[in-house]
Every structure is written in structure tokens, then in C-alpha cells.
Design a protein around this ligand. Structure first.
Ligand code: ZN
Length: 474
């Protein structure tokens, strides 16, 4: 049986660390070398030991170089790390290879990003944890890094910047961590802290200009929709993306807390970054909780609607441009729906197999516009989609579990006081008809001929358009 030579050393370390930090119920000590190729993890349990440990990525078992009990006996790992027979107070150690982006079983994208000086790694690749963290158990991860190395992740800060508390989000929600030397900045926007991490690239990214760009973008959504309903949002900027656009890939993850990931092409000018809608779209996602991927039409529709509405409100684009962009999206969505003859739910499912997604995004966005117009008309502008969302965020947004679109929609209708969203979902989610915008366009005084959009009608129609596309007074 292979024995792990470092065990004795790790024990000595644990003994020393235990006196320096308040001991948690699950206490991880993570160390790495300057080349950031592997992580050494020592995990100790206070009180009852969980039955087994799991990791979010299917490739965590591939990246695992070995795991050992406190006795030095190697643990036989098959998908899970069994810990059932361990006594209270036991520890285990394990090593993880983070030198490369393994993609053997988990095809959800690369799990490692290396830059000069820092490595980003999916926590799902190395963070072995019980499937459920009991409510009253504290989970701390303490990093022991080479000099000048920093850490950035979505977990909660403590007074020691190298000790982070792991929030109790579900084990299968992805999250990332960056270790090493990189640009790090905390930015306050409204009542929220953006924790920004920008990795190095070639050419070197203009970190101050990028930080200003992110800060402006977060300020825009905060002003245009309402407070971002989180106290902390982690932002990772990974340079060197090869594409014509400044931000070819961006997405939000929710594990441990919300994180905005942006792969950027730093060769593009800052004007192009400021003119791009991607950051607005991603930040808009934060106004909804984690929603099941099979209901992506709802949250992608929501973000696609707001990506133009917010930018018109802040003056980044003019109103006609915003309407034209929305309508161009609706055209692409409806053409795709007609050609493929799939229901919206079927199209959403197939999107994850790499199939087209215009129907998914823009049918969802069309439903948001229909609802927003209807609500504003019924209440003379006292209510709006913004207000429903703000009140939902204030009263009801449980951020530690997954929601279905229907659950959110029930809440939206309850908050508004009348069913608006549910009838739209019933009519269009299980249908291959693209949402009918005829009445909505006529309420808004929008004339659409081919791809040409123009305004017509009375002051009322103009005022409804202005309500949606101008900065609300609050
Ligand atoms: Zn999106």
C-alpha cells in the first residue's frame, strides 16, 4: 500500500494552523507551489464526519492524484471519497493536478485557465465536499500560498484574506478560484461589492481601464433596474480570447455566490468594450435567482430584453437603436422558430446540445416586452417589469437553491397582484409559435416593416416607449 510521505508534515502544519484560526466544522488547508501545478489539501472534520465527499466536476476523479487517511493509508476513490468509517476529529489529505484543463468526462468547458503568474481553476475540480453542508456547520478554507500570491473566489471573506468561508449553495453549482499574482480590486456599486480579478495576458491588459469599464457597467444596471440583489459579486476577467469582439465569451456561475466570468480580447479598444452589450446582459442575470437550465428561455429572455433596455436608459444607445435591436432579435428568433418547428421548451433543451438558440433567447425576451407593456398600460406606469423584479428581489429571492421559471413567475404574478406572466408562459413555452407582438407594437406605436422600425401614433404611445427606454425616476 502506497504511503503518503507528506502526511506527517501536513499534520505538523495542521497542528500549527489550528492555533491560529478558529477551527471550523470542516476546515480545509490548501497549499500550492509557485508553479501552481498542484494543490495539496488537508481537510479536518470537527464533530460528525460525513459519509462521503463529492466534487462538482465529473473530471475531479481524473485530476485527483491521490487521497490518504490520517493513518497514511491510501483511500480508494471511485467517484466519491469515502469517509464514513472515520472517527470524529479525523483528517484526510489529498492532492489535485491543476496543471491542465482536463476534459475527459465533463464536457462543460475547460476547468483550468493559466496565465503568467496566476491560475484559475474550477472549484469543482479540486474542492471535495459533503453533498450537503448542514445549516449550522461552518466550512472554512485556509490558503497557504507562496509570497505575494493572492486568492479570489466567490466564497465569503473573513478578516484574514487567506481564510474564506464557504456558503451553503448546492454542491453541483459551479464556481472558480484564481490563485497567484493578478490584478485585484474591490469596487463598491450601490450597496454591493464587486470583487474584480483580472489575470495577466499578452499583450498586457489595461487593468485600470477594464476596472473602470466593469464599474460603469454595474453602475448602469443598478441605476436602470435597481439594486443588484447581492452584497458581493466576484468578477473574473480572463484575457487572450481570440475573437473579433471584445468579450466573446461570458457567463455567470452561482456556486458559493454569484460570479461573472468574462473572456476578453484585450487587443480591442476600450471604446469597443464600452459599446458592447455583453456585460449588461450578464449583469442583468443577477436580478434572478439560479433557475433550472431547462427553463433557460426565461432567464436568457430576461437578460436579452434588459441588455438593450438598460443601454438605452443610460444613453449608451439611442431609443430607436434599442427598439431596432430588440426587433432584429425577435425576427431572428421567430425565423428560427418557423424553420425548426420546435416548441420553446424543446428548443431550450436542444440548445445545450449546441443547436441554435435565437428562438430561446428572443421568444423569452418577447414575453418580457409583452408583460412589461401590459403592466405599464394597466397601471398607468405605476407598475413595470422593473418594479416586479425589485420587489421580488426584496421579498422572495432565495439565493441558495435552484428555482423553476414557473416558481419565479408565480411570485412575479403574486407581487403584481394579477396573472400576467403565467398566461404568457402557458401560451408560449410549450408551443412552436413565436410570441405574438402585434398588440404590443401597436401600444408602443412601433411600425415594423421588414427590419425597418419607425415610431407612429399619439403622445400616449410615445410616453409608453419613453417609460421603457428612459432612466426611471426613483
Ligand atoms: Zn445570458
Amino acid at each position: 500500500m502506497k504511503k503518503f510521505k507528506l502526511v506527517g508534515l501536513m499534520y505538523a502544519c495542521v497542528y500549527l494552523f489550528a492555533s491560529s484560526a478558529a477551527y471550523a466544522d470542516y476546515h480545509y488547508h490548501v497549499s500550492t507551489d509557485a508553479d501552481l501545478k498542484k494543490l495539496d489539501v488537508n481537510l479536518c472534520f470537527k464533530g460528525e464526519v460525513p459519509k462521503e465527499l463529492v466534487a462538482e466536476s465529473l473530471d475531479a476523479s481524473v485530476a485527483l492524484m491521490g487521497a490518504w487517511y490520517g493513518s497514511g493509508e491510501e483511500i480508494n476513490v471511485s467517484g466519491v471519497i469515502p469517509t464514513e468509517q472515520l472517527p470524529s476529529g479525523a483528517c484526510i489529505v489529498y492532492q489535485v493536478d491543476i496543471s491542465r484543463g482536463i476534459q475527459r468526462h465533463d464536457m462543460t468547458g475547460p476547468k483550468v485557465y493559466r496565465s503568467s503568474g496566476a491560475t484559475g481553476v474550477s472549484n469543482g475540480l479540486w474542492f471535495w465536499r459533503p453533498e450537503v453542508f448542514d445549516k449550522n456547520r461552518k466550512v472554512l478554507v485556509e490558503f497557504h500560498l507562496p509570497k505575494d500570491f493572492m486568492v479570489a473566489t466567490s466564497w465569503l471573506s473573513t478578516e484574514n484574506e487567506y481564510v474564506l468561508e464557504v456558503p451553503k449553495t448546492p454542491h453541483d453549482w459551479p464556481s472558480w478560484i484564481v490563485l497567484g499574482r493578478f490584478f485585484k480590486k474591490e469596487i463598491t456599486v450601490g450597496g454591493m461589492q464587486l470583487h474584480l480579478a483580472i489575470l495577466d495576458g499578452s499583450p498586457q491588459p489595461d487593468v485600470d481601464a477594464l476596472a473602470y469599464w466593469i464599474e460603469s457597467e454595474a453602475g448602469y444596471v443598478d441605476e436602470a433596474i435597481g439594486p443588484i440583489p447581492f452584497s458581493m459579486v466576484q468578477v473574473f476577467v480572463f484575457p487572450n480570447a481570440r475573437a473579433r469582439q471584445p468579450v466573446p465569451i461570458a457567463y455567470v456561475t452561482r456556486g458559493g455566490g454569484p460570479t461573472l466570468h468574462m473572456m476578453i480580447n484585450q487587443r480591442r479598444s476600450m471604446e469597443e468594450f464600452h459599446a458592447d452589450w455583453t456585460a449588461t446582459h450578464e449583469l442583468s442575470h443577477l436580478y434572478l435567482p439560479f433557475i433550472e437550465p431547462e427553463d433557460a428561455w426565461f432567464y436568457e429572455g430576461f437578460a436579452s430584453y434588459y441588455q438593450y433596455v438598460v443601454r438605452a436608459r443610460t444613453g449608451a444607445i439611442d431609443q430607436l437603436n434599442a427598439w431596432s435591436n430588440l426587433i432584429y432579435g425577435f425576427h431572428r428568433g421567430s425565423r428560427e422558430a418557423e424553420a425548426r418547428e420546435l416548441t420553446l421548451l424543446e428548443a431550450t433543451e436542444k440548445m445545450y446540445a449546441g443547436e441554435p438558440f435565437m428562438q430561446v433567447y428572443w421568444a423569452g425576451a418577447a414575453m418580457m416586452l409583452i408583460a412589461d407593456v401590459q403592466i405599464r398600460e394597466e397601471t398607468d406606469g405605476v407598475w413595470s417589469l422593473d418594479r416586479v423584479v425589485r420587489e421580488f428581489n426584496a421579498c422572495c429571492m432565495d439565493k441558495t437553491r435552484a428555482w423553476s421559471a414557473q416558481e419565479v413567475i408565480f411570485k412575479f404574478d403574486e407581487i403584481y397582484g394579477r396573472p400576467i406572466f403565467l398566461p404568457l408562459m402557458r401560451r408560449y413555452a410549450d408551443s412552436n409559435n413565436f410570441p405574438d407582438l402585434t398588440d404590443t407594437f401597436s401600444s408602443l406605436g412601433l411600425s415594423v416593416i421588414g427590419s425597418k422600425v419607425s415610431f407612429f401614433g399619439s403622445a400616449d404611445q410615445g410616453s409608453l416607449r419613453n417609460q421603457i427606454m428612459s432612466m426611471p425616476e426613483r
